[in-house]
Design a protein around this ligand. Structure first.
Ligand SMILES: Cc1cc2nc3c(=O)[nH]c(=O)nc-3n(C[C@H](O)[C@H](O)[C@H](O)COP(=O)(O)O)c2cc1C
Length: 735
């Protein structure tokens, strides 16, 4: 079955029961404090002790008090007794099981817990409410099961169930992360809740149990003192639930003792066990279910239950936010499919691609273009189409998202009846082995059509980068030419980050005219960062941020390596900074691209300014882990910018190997891929020994490097590159 069927089931179950589940979770959080509060209020001296026998407790109580009616060990393991003291006071008191000392009166349940219990069990609607609560418990069980299947699919198999989750966005990440963490407690809560409801409605048959009667007489001879009864000496006070004392002196009246799973009656004179009645299975299961469902008797379990209920409320909220985002990507069309000149088709699983496409469509409509927007699964013929743009995400192992699965069949069976230009924009993540694979497949399918003409190369977007999308819109609009000011979709507007002031320490002059690259060293008293994080800068009067990869130097300063683009507003501004100037920016955490200092070997691959984070990682390699750096630039002059830092690191053994490729130095071009191929034996061994590989630079370089690495691992280690990427050995930050 496909993921989407499971997703729809997961959603449909949640929609049908979320009100009840929400109420049950909130009251569950409150109720889980009851056992904790109880434990705090009752004297710890009343706790049932394993090493105190029933005979001991019984003896002290009989000595101290006039009359004892019963002894109980409650579900929280506290001992109490109903008794009449020498002053004539009668009541149920907590007692010290060894000394018989009175430790206070029985505690009444606080009204808030009673109120919550009623709401939790029956919504104050008696049997009808109980039915809905029971049903919701069962539905939550089904939601949990469908959720587990979705996690397995997302993690690409059961084997990877516990593997690291790739962080797409906050709600998705924590929905999966907490789902996995709280899975067992939630399964227990739902199974026990469902079972208790079934019992309540007598839908579970009772197994009759037989009473065994080893001694059938009710003799009073030979008479023993209760403290000498073998059974009372064998039983610990912690084993018993309740002891009812004989009602009268008649030998027919016995001690009735309830243990966890059996009730026994004991002759009050001889101490002989006269009958044993095991509790029915349903009763034992009920007791266990109640303890597990309510946390009675265990503060630790009560805390787990409270946290699980908090997780359930988070799942409800995050689930709805994700669904809302998915639906938000849908757009109403002003023109019919055969009237539109520009057709935009979307392949999206969780809706973000749709939102980018929707913003693009709206901008085109404002520019009076006849636009039609739809899902790839609805691909058909479009009578007036001149331009087709496909925006698609990739899922699973390089597969189509759910609303694009039918596209390959539809395109094979639909003949476009006029020539058209096409462009494909792939949305994906470099954290997955098959980066934007489906977008490339769509491009192949479109290029095979007789009347199609490629307008632009397939453009790939890592991690929903607005910056990258914006670049593509400019390129595409230039084809007309059109002035398009596409507004940023809400989801691409990141939560406002804390802005810091940076002081410019040094800005190198651009020496190499072809490269136009310089370094900028900054210092901030407030910003916290590590190499691999990003510095976000919002140029004045501009709405979209520019991101630069950070190197944290040994001195703790922030070093950037920047290429100045001819018409680049931000890069030109940065290149003109002088020491002493101020700059404002914020830090974007990039956890997926931090250096793992536990890894004994790291292979770093970069071209151009992509070297920046590696400069910091190498400088801070104080544990002298083995680091091999492969760097590609245009000429040896390009390398000069980094030479000082790297040769120092080499001498200090912070850098083990440095391999440089120049693409414009000699007649024959050399790229980093060529160096990797040349060192393929070492590279294959490094993968095999668990080394981490880090790639930083342009998407074009990343594509070439990944292909080469894949070729090496396949030929030398008989494993695809994805095998190592799934093991977390490959980290990429490319743009
Ligand atoms: C379970 C899962 C699997 C994914 N697999 C891939 C993949 O194989 N290749 C890729 O480039 N991106 C992959 N991605 C990333 C998505 O394609 C990317 O986040 C995209 O922006 C999501 O767009 P959407 O919200 O429109 O579905 C995957 C994401 C998830 C959650």
């Amino acid at each position: 079955m496909t993921s989407s069927i499971w997703r729809y089931s997961h959603l449909a179950l949640a929609v049908s029961s979320f009100v009840f589940i929400f109420l049950a979770s909130v009251t569950g959080i409150i109720l889980s404090f009851e056992p904790i509060q109880y434990t705090l209020e009752v004297s710890s001296e009343a706790r049932a002790m394993e090493d105190v026998s029933l005979a001991q407790t019984l003896t002290v109580l009989r000595e101290k008090y006039d009359e004892v009616l019963d002894i109980q060990t409650d579900e929280h393991h506290y001992v109490s007794a109903t008794l009449l003291d020498k002053e004539g006071n009668y009541g149920q008191y907590y007692i010290h099981p060894k000394t018989g000392k009175l430790l206070g009166e029985q505690i009444e349940t606080a009204p808030i817990y009673e109120w919550c219990t009623n709401l939790h069990r029956s919504l104050f609607l008696k049997s009808t409410g109980r039915f809905f609560v029971g049903l919701s418990s069962f539905l939550l069980l089904l939601i949990t099961v469908s959720g587990v299947i979705l996690i397995i699919k997302r993690q690409r198999g059961l084997r990877n169930f516990a593997a690291k989750i790739i962080r797409e966005n906050f709600f998705q990440y924590f929905h999966v992360y907490l789902g996995r963490l709280a899975l067992v407690p939630i399964l227990i809560i739902t199974i026990t809740g469902t079972y208790l409801s079934l019992l309540r409605f007598e839908l579970i048959p009772d197994w009759e149990t037989e009473t065994t009667t080893p001694v059938s007489t009710s003799s009073s001879e030979p008479s023993l003192d209760p403290s000498e009864f073998p059974v009372f000496n064998q039983l610990s006070i912690a084993d018993i639930r309740k002891v009812e004392f004989p009602f009268s002196d008649d030998a027919e009246d016995r001690y009735l003792i309830q243990l966890k799973d059996v009730e026994i009656s004991v002759n009050q004179y001889t101490g002989v066990v006269e009958s044993e009645t095991p509790f029915p299975f349903t009763q034992i299961a009920q007791n266990l279910s109640t303890a597990l469902h309510t946390g009675q008797g265990s503060v630790a379990w009560s805390i787990v239950l409270a946290l699980s209920c908090i997780c359930i409320t988070f799942f409800i909220a995050s689930g709805f936010i994700m669904t809302f985002r998915r639906l938000k990507g849908k757009t109403r069309n002003k023109f019919g499919k055969d009237e539109a000149e520009i057709v935009l088709l979307i392949g999206s699983e969780s809706g973000t691609t749709g939102q980018f496409a929707k913003c693009f469509a709206e901008t085109l409509m404002q520019a009076n273009k006849r636009v039609y927007i739809d899902e790839l699964n609805h691909y058909s013929s479009y009578a007036s189409m001149k331009h087709l743009v496909v925006f698609t995400a990739t899922y699973g192992t390089g597969e189509a998202p759910s609303n694009a699965r039918k596209f390959s069949k539809l395109i094979a069976s639909t003949d476009p009846n006029q020539p058209f230009n096409y462009a494909v924009v792939g949305f994906g993540s470099l954290s997955y082995p098959n980066f934007c694979q489906f977008a490339f497949e769509v491009e192949d399918m479109l290029s095979a059509l007789p009347m199609s003409r490629k307008a632009l190369d397939t453009h790939t977007i890592h991690n929903k980068s607005w910056e990258s999308f914006h670049q593509w819109t400019v390129q595409w609009a230039d084809l007309f030419p059109l002035e398009l000011a596409v507004s940023q979709p809400e989801l691409a507007i990141k939560a406002k980050k804390k802005e810091h002031t940076f002081h410019v320490l040094r800005c190198t002059a651009i020496e190499n005219r072809t490269d136009n690259t310089f370094t900028l060293e900054l210092e901030s008293p407030t910003a916290k960062y590590v190499s691999g994080d990003l510095l976000s800068i919002l140029p004045e009067n501009h709405t979209h941020e520019r991101l630069y990869s950070i190197a944290q130097t040994q001195a703790g300063t922030l070093l950037l390596s920047i290429k100045r683009h001819d018409y680049g507003i931000c890069s030109t501004y940065l290149s003109n900074l002088k020491s002493g100037d101020r700059l404002y920016g914020s830090i974007v955490r990039n956890r997926e691209f931090h250096f793992n200092s536990k890894s004994s070997k790291t292979v770093m691959i970069a071209t151009g300014t992509g070297i920046a984070p590696f400069l910091g990682m190498i400088e801070n390699n104080s544990k002298h882990r083995e680091i091999d750096l492969y760097w590609g630039g245009q000429t040896s002059q390009s390398f000069r910018l980094y030479e000082g830092i790297l040769s120092e690191a080499f001498q200090d053994h912070r850098l083990s190997e440095l391999r440089v490729a120049y693409s414009r130095e000699n007649a024959s071009k050399v790229y980093v891929q060529d160096l990797l191929l040349r060192d393929q034996v070492k590279i294959a061994e490094a993968f095999q020994s668990g080394a981490q590989f880090m790639i930083c630079g342009s998407i074009a370089m990343q594509k070439g490097v990944v292909e080469t690495l894949h070729q090496i691992t396949l030929e030398r280690n008989n494993k695809p590159l994805s095998y190592y990427q799934n093991k977390g050995q490959l980290k990429m930050d490319c743009y």
